[in-house]
Design a protein around this ligand. Structure first.
Ligand code: ADP
Ligand code: MG
Length: 382
C-alpha cells in the first residue's frame, strides 16, 4: 500500500473514548482529517474529530459512511465487535486486523496465542462447562477467576481459594466462559509497547513499570527502576514476538508480571495504545499515538527515543471529591506550578469514582527528580 500522506487523507477510529481522542489529536497534528464512530452523543474523541458518526458499531449505515469517507480505519478499544472491523476491511485499510483484535478479546484465545508464540503466561485452566470446572487442577488455587471476555480495570474477576469458592464464583459470574489463573507472587508489573508496520518493521518503547490500585492503573514509571537488564530484554523480545506472531499492524501493548522468583510471565495484551504508554506523550520523541497514526497511514516508524525520565499519574474521578463534597476540579494551578508537569484531561464533563478523567505526566532529567516531583504532585492532589 502507498502511504496515506499527511494533509491529504482522512483517518477513522471506532470508539470515542480518551484513547480515540489522543489518536485524533496526534492525527490532526500531522494534518489528517478524522472521523470517529461512537454511539454516545457526547464522547471525548467525538468532541475533537472533524466528524462524529453517532451510530451503533454494527450499524450498516454508520459503517458505510465511515468506509466511504475514510482512507484508513483503526480502533481505540478491543471490545469493538470484530464483525465491525471485518465489515470495514472489505472496503478500506483497517489496522489492526479483525483477527488480531479478536485474539485480544478473549483471554483463553489470548493465552493460547502467547503459548504458541513461545512466551510463558500464568498457569491456568479454561472453564466453560461443569466437566472443566470439576477437572480444575487444585494446584491452580488460590487463583483468580476471570471472565474470558469484556473484562477491564479488574472488572469480571474474583479471587478464589478453594474448589467450593471457585464453583460459587463461577455461578456468580453467570457461568460465562472463564479462565482460572493461579495467583502469582508479583514483584512488579511491567509493560512494553510496540508499533509494527504493514511491512513488518517493528519498534518498541522502553519497559514501563506499572502500579495498580483496586485493579486500575495508578502510576507508570519509566525507566522501570531496578529491573535487571535480562528481564528488560526478555520483556522487549516477548512483546516483539507476540506482535510479529499476530502479523500485527499498529500499536500493541503487552503486560507482564515479574515474579518474586525472578521469572517473567506475560499477563495480557491490548490491540491499541495503552494507559501505561501515556507518558510517551511528553517523555519521548514520538508518542504511542503518533506511531499509531503512522502505522495506520503506512508512514515510517522511527525508534521512539526516550528523552526524559517520566512518571505518569492517572487522574481518576475520585480526585474531584473531597471530605467537603464535590465534584470540584483539583487545584491544577498549583500542580502545574511544579517543574516538568504536563496535564492531559479528556474532556469528560462528569467526574465519577473510578472514572479515568485524565493523566498527569511528570518529566525530568533523572528518574529521581521525576519521582520527587510526582510525589509532590500527588500530595497536592490529595
Ligand atoms: P484487566 O483486564 O482488568 O486489566 P488483568 O488480568 O490485567 O485484568 O488483572 C488486573 C490486575 O490484577 C493485574 O494488573 C494484577 O495486579 C492483578 N492480577 C491479575 N492476574 C493475576 C495473577 N494471576 N496473579 C496475581 N495478580 C494478578
Ligand atoms: Mg490488565
Amino acid at each position: 500500500m502507498a502511504a496515506l500522506l499527511p494533509g491529504a487523507a482522512t483517518l477513522g477510529v471506532l470508539g470515542g473514548g480518551q484513547l480515540g481522542r489522543m489518536f485524533v489529536h496526534a492525527a490532526q497534528a500531522l494534518g489528517y482529517r478524522c472521523i470517529v464512530l461512537d454511539p454516545d452523543a457526547i464522547s471525548p474523541a467525538g468532541a475533537v474529530a472533524e466528524v462524529h458518526i453517532k451510530t451503533d458499531y454494527l450499524d450498516s449505515f454508520g459503517l458505510a459512511q465511515l468506509a466511504r469517507d475514510c482512507d484508513a480505519i483503526t480502533t481505540e478499544f478491543e471490545n469493538v465487535p470484530a464483525l465491525a472491523l471485518q465489515t470495514l476491511a472489505g472496503m478500506r485499510v483497517v489496522a489492526p486486523a479483525a483477527a488480531a483484535v479478536a485474539v485480544c478479546q478473549d483471554r483463553a484465545v489470548e493465552k493460547a496465542h502467547f503459548e504458541a508464540a513461545g512466551v510463558p503466561c500464568a498457569p491456568h485452566a479454561v472453564i466453560t462447562n461443569d466437566i472443566e470446572l470439576a477437572a480444575v487442577d487444585p494446584a491452580l488455587l488460590p487463583g483468580i477467576l476471570k471472565t474470558s471476555r469484556m473484562g477491564y480495570d479488574g472488572k469480571g474477576q474474583v479471587r478464589v481459594s478453594t474448589p467450593a469458592e471457585l464453583a460459587a464464583a463461577w455461578a456468580d459470574l453467570k457461568r460465562v466462559p472463564c479462565v482460572l489463573e493461579q495467583l502469582l507472587p508479583l514483584q512488579r508489573e511491567l509493560s512494553v509497547l510496540v508499533a509494527r508496520g504493514a511491512d513488518g518493521q517493528i519498534v518498541h518503547w522502553p519497559v514501563q513499570q506499572n502500579l495498580h490500585r483496586g485493579g486500575i492503573l495508578a502510576v507508570t514509571e519509566v525507566p522501570a527502576p531496578d529491573v535487571p537488564a535480562e528481564v528488560d530484554e526478555l520483556a522487549v523480545n516477548a512483546a516483539r514476538q507476540v506482535a510479529a506472531a499476530l502479523d500485527y499492524v499498529g500499536v500493541l501493548c503487552v503486560e507482564f508480571f515479574w515474579l518474586t522468583d525472578g521469572r517473567l510471565v506475560v499477563n495480557e495484551m491490548a490491540p491499541r495504545p495503552h494507559n501505561s504508554g501515556h507518558w510517551t506523550m511528553d517523555g519521548c520523541e514520538h508518542s504511542q499515538f503518533e506511531l499509531q497514526v503512522r502505522a495506520l497511514a503506512g508512514l515510517p516508524l522511527p525508534e521512539p527515543r526516550q528523552h526524559s525520565a517520566a512518571v505518569m499519574l492517572n487522574l481518576l474521578g475520585d480526585l474531584w471529591f473531597t471530605e467537603q463534597g464535590g465534584p470540584t476540579p483539583p487545584a491544577w494551578d498549583r500542580v502545574l506550578g511544579l517543574p516538568g508537569t504536563h496535564l492531559h484531561l479528556y474532556g469528560k464533563t462528569e467526574a465519577r469514582h473510578g472514572r479515568k478523567m485524565g493523566h498527569l505526566n511528570v518529566t525530568a532529567a533523572t528518574p529521581e527528580a521525576a519521582h520527587a516531583v510526582a510525589l509532590r504532585a500527588a500530595a497536592l492532589l490529595g
